[in-house]
Design a protein around this ligand. Structure first.
Ligand code: SIN
Length: 577
């Protein structure tokens, strides 16, 4: 299967120009744009639907940061490295943690209101893999919504500023590149009025992709419908390097709504377990006890694997979360949105067991960047879930994602400011890259999702991954034959993006013949540090082949880490609170 350089679309009917284009309006995109404003002459922020529609607003649990005198940066770093199962970039993790606390205080100064205790101190809780209370939350279980609200309010305060323009309902189709393969803008489709309507071209000295994740590649996910990997797919087609795509995080406790439930599913935050809820099987056995020193609060991949194992052993498709002992008053106060949603769907967490099963939640990999957010293509940056900075390794530690978006957005804005001021990244003209253009019709989306879920999902094997590759290759032939028509539209571009990323993800998963973090192979059930202490890098050749390389991880990455979490005298074991 080949990957084309561009999707099929109309030729741009309008153009606009900026210094920097920021694509996406979650925590990463908004933070980048706000910090760039006034430092560079013209920032263009484009978002696929409306400003608060992306994954950030759905984040429940919170944002992790060292805020308590009982906590330390060293401990947050160790927890992150252990969760990442040996594949984190230590420098990236240290940067995240070191700069995270100030970034959170700046967010508070900007107007974000986190939950506080009786004496006014910020309330901190715990989630899987954390050995300290370090998760800030807002509105109980609506942290992302509050962060999104605060950032959008800050943007609205400067809306009339000529230095920043916002275009909503704008789907980025592809990246524009110049004769030297530098990224110099995007093609985008805007559902608007007047001049900025239909397909256009936005030219810029740099582009920042902050388009979130790719959850819609699977039949069920906690991600919103907009999470179709548009930024990652456009970067792949343009020749950028992607990394760690095989490490997909399946959240252990997603409300199970019955076989065949499609699309975005309700998340039951890990913070509910942080407050004492625990998993049981159909017989009422609390099966996480004895599996890991942290039991129900083990890192997310460990809990998800234990659930899958228990489901297989008992021949069921879900297990249960027991929150009943926490009581209605506490649950309603601490988790108002979750309780409301469960009750709307006919489940009362205060009186009933909640049926749960793992579902796709987060892409730990993405567009590979350095610590300044620069990708392998000059002029292209990536931030947040779209990126792979190295902080997550094989499995992201809970509540590190909002923090990553915040910290690396600031670094990107600072790097861009310095480079543009120094006259780097000059304006250049795009060239027509030629070559094939593909398009799948929207109704093929379910075929992509089913192939990915069956073969490249929670549990994989060589046979299942081969079957997925074959199914995707058949779709690719259709796409090349003009399946989606000549002009395209948002749904067909999204569907084709899912196809291209599905191909890359499945290839990476085939190459990794071991089980580590979010990547589970039933034919290779153990971790294999001797063969697979490396990252799988993916990129498109100039003729459209998917090329893979490995990037070795220095063995010192493992020094001092107990990835199996055997008893560690430095750490207390967390029981149920
Ligand atoms: C959750 O609340 O369990 C999700 C938090 C996260 O994804 O980090």
């Amino acid at each position: 299967m080949r990957i084309p350089r561009r999707l099929r679309s109309r030729e741009p009917g309008w153009t606009t120009t900026a210094d920097v284009i920021v694509v996406g309006s979650g925590v990463a995109g908004l933070t980048t744009a706000l910090r760039l404003r006034r430092r560079v002459a013209r920032v263009l922020l484009v978002t696929k639907t409306v400003l608060d529609e992306g994954s950030t607003a759905w984040a429940q649990g919170g944002i992790a940061a060292v805020m308590s005198p009982e906590d330390s940066a060293a401990e947050h770093v160790i927890d992150t490295l252990v969760a990442g199962v040996g594949l984190c970039d230590i420098e990236a993790v240290e940067t995240l943690v070191r700069e995270g606390t100030d970034a959170v205080w700046d967010l508070i100064a900007l107007g974000a209101e986190f939950d506080r205790g009786d004496t006014g101190q910020i309330s901190l809780t715990r989630e899987g893999g954390h050995h300290r209370d370090r998760i800030l939350h807002a509105g109980g279980d609506a942290t992302g919504k509050e962060i999104s609200r605060a950032l959008i309010a800050a943007l609205k305060r400067v809306q009339d500023d000529p230095g920043i323009e916002v275009i909503e309902h704008a789907l980025v189709v592809d990246l524009l590149t110049d004769a030297a393969s530098r990224v110099c803008g995007v093609t985008l489709h805007v559902i608007g009025e007047g001049q900025v309507d239909g397909v256009g071209a936005a030219h810029a000295r740099a582009v920042v992709l902050a388009t979130g994740g790719l959850g819609q590649i699977y039949a069920s996910t906690t991600n919103p419908p907009v999470a179709t990997g548009d930024g990652m797919a456009a970067a792949l087609r343009a020749g950028a390097t992607l990394a760690d795509l095989e490490f997909v995080q399946f959240h252990p406790t997603v409300l199970w709504l019955g076989e065949g439930s499609l699309g975005q599913q309700p998340l039951i935050s890990e913070a509910v377990r942080g407050e004492g809820a625990f998993l049981v099987d159909g017989e009422g056995v609390a099966f996480m006890q004895g599996q890991h020193p942290l039991a129900d609060l083990a890192p997310r991949d460990v809990v998800a694997r234990a659930i899958l194992r228990r489901m297989r052993e008992t021949g069921t498709d879900h297990v249960f979360l027991d929150c009943r002992h926490l009581g209605a008053e506490f649950l309603e106060r601490r988790f108002p949105s979750i309780v409301d949603r469960c009750r709307e769907l006919g489940f009362d967490p205060a009186t009933e067991l909640l049926p749960v099963a793992p579902a796709q939640h987060y892409a730990s990999g993405g567009v590979k960047t350095d610590l300044r957010g620069r990708s392998s293509l000059e002029g292209l940056y990536a931030c947040g879930e779209t990126s792979c900075t190295g902080v997550h390794g094989a499995n992201r530690l809970a509540s590190n994602s909002l923090l990553e978006g915040l910290v690396f957005a600031r670094r990107i804005a600072d790097d861009l400011t310095a480079r543009l001021t120094a006259g780097e990244l000059p304006e250049t003209a795009p060239v027509d890259p030629g070559g094939d253009r593909e398009l799948l019709r929207p109704k093929r989306r379910l075929t992509v999702q089913r192939a990915m879920t069956a073969g490249s999902g929670t549990v994989r094997s060589a046979a299942s991954l081969d079957a997925t590759e074959l199914a995707l290759a058949a779709l690719s032939v259709r796409a090349a034959d003009g399946d989606g028509g000549r002009k395209g539209g948002p749904k067909s571009w999204e569907t084709t993006n899912l196809l291209h990323l599905g191909h890359a993800l499945t290839r990476a998963a085939l190459l990794r013949e071991e089980t580590r973090g979010g990547h589970v192979r039933e034919d290779f059930p153990d971790r294999d540090d001797a063969r697979f202490l490396h990252h799988v890098l993916l990129s498109r050749s100039t003729t459209g082949e998917l090329m893979t390389r490995v990037l070795e991880v220095p063995p010192e990455n493992l020094v001092g880490l107990d990835l199996d979490q055997a008893a560690d005298p430095r750490r207390e074991t967390v029981g149920q609170e």
